[in-house]
Ligand binder design. Structure first.
Ligand code: COA
Length: 260
């Protein structure tokens, strides 16, 4: 498919999706959300894609938020559906994707931009990154899962402070908060993501998908995460990857997983 708002490149088991509206600091309009959904779905069903990296084009922004010009005139009903459709199409969709998603936060990640990064399975930031949920400065609250995921990732008190003050934090603070896993100079950001992707790729993609499900179960209402873990653990025993992984260990060789 031809995209207008994003770029999608495949190389060596990794699909890199780049939000490509640099003149608007990669703000998320509805067309971009739809294209991201389409590209992520395609990458998930591509068996050669073992890891997905999401980043922003240019050196200034990952994503500077939802596109304010698109919703400035909305009423309550439109606001609700903006939030619901966005969560369904992109934010919940990413969190529950069976392929691992890494966010490479290469600059401003504000509002919907930080919410996008938080929906990914984990995040890396460049030293110039600035992260925040400034919605209350617009008379809004985060609507793409930010009130939930920020509190899950950094704790309620810190999330409350960040949301109420609408201030941005830098990479070092984000690292100290546990919001990002690594902070590196901008030119090292994608190489570092690729190095982590290499490690992920050497493991069983089926087991990784099962692990995503089990970890996410801890954050789903009315679901017992331990039960999901028991079920996913059990399912692994019926896979070729399990047979290969254990056999390779016993034969003292490196496993070659088929993802079956
Ligand atoms: N929605 C729509 N357009 C946006 C945008 C957003 N969230 N963020 C930036 N842009 C646009 C600007 O309107 C500007 O467009 P223009 O050149 O056509 O006027 C362009 O991107 C560059 O932004 P600008 O504000 O000139 O850059 P800056 O370096 O002075 O400031 C920011 C950078 C990130 C601090 C500032 O753009 C900003 O505060 N953006 C909004 C952040 C926000 O509130 N996000 C949450 C939305 S819910």
């Amino acid at each position: 498919m031809k995209y207008n708002m994003i770029l999608s490149d495949f190389s060596d088991g990794v699909t890199t999706i780049t939000i490509n509206r640099p003149t608007k600091l990669n703000a998320l309009n509805s067309a971009t959300i739809f294209e991201l959904h389409t590209a992520l779905k395609a990458a998930e069903s591509d068996l050669d894609t073992k890891v997905i990296i999401i980043t922003g084009s240019g050196e200034k922004a990952f994503v500077a938020g939802a596109d304010i010009s698109e919703f400035a005139h909305f009423d309550q009903t439109e606001g609700r559906s903006l939030s619901k459709e966005g969560q369904d199409l992109l934010f919940d969709f990413i969190e529950n994707l069976s392929t691992p998603v890494i966010a490479a936060v290469n600059g401003f990640a504000l509002g919907g931009g930080l919410e996008l990064a938080m929906a990914a399975h984990f995040r890396l930031a460049s030293t110039n990154a600035r992260m925040g949920l400034p919605e209350v400065s617009l008379g809004l609250i985060p609507g793409y899962g930010g009130t939930q995921r920020l509190a899950q990732l950094i704790g309620k008190g810190r999330a409350m402070e960040m949301i109420m003050t609408a201030t941005m934090i830098d990479g070092e603070k984000a690292l100290a908060y546990g919001l990002v896993n690594h902070v590196v100079p901008q030119e090292e950001l994608l190489p570092k993501c690729f190095a982590l992707a290499d490690k992920i790729k050497s493991n069983s993609s089926l087991a990784i998908s099962a692990a995503i499900k089990a970890v996410n179960a801890n954050f789903a209402d009315g679901v017992n995460g331990y039960d999901v873990e028991i079920s996913e653990f059990g399912k692994c025993f019926d896979t070729e990857d399990f047979e290969e992984g254990t056999t390779a260990f016993l034969e003292k060789r490196k496993a070659k997983f088929s993802g079956k």
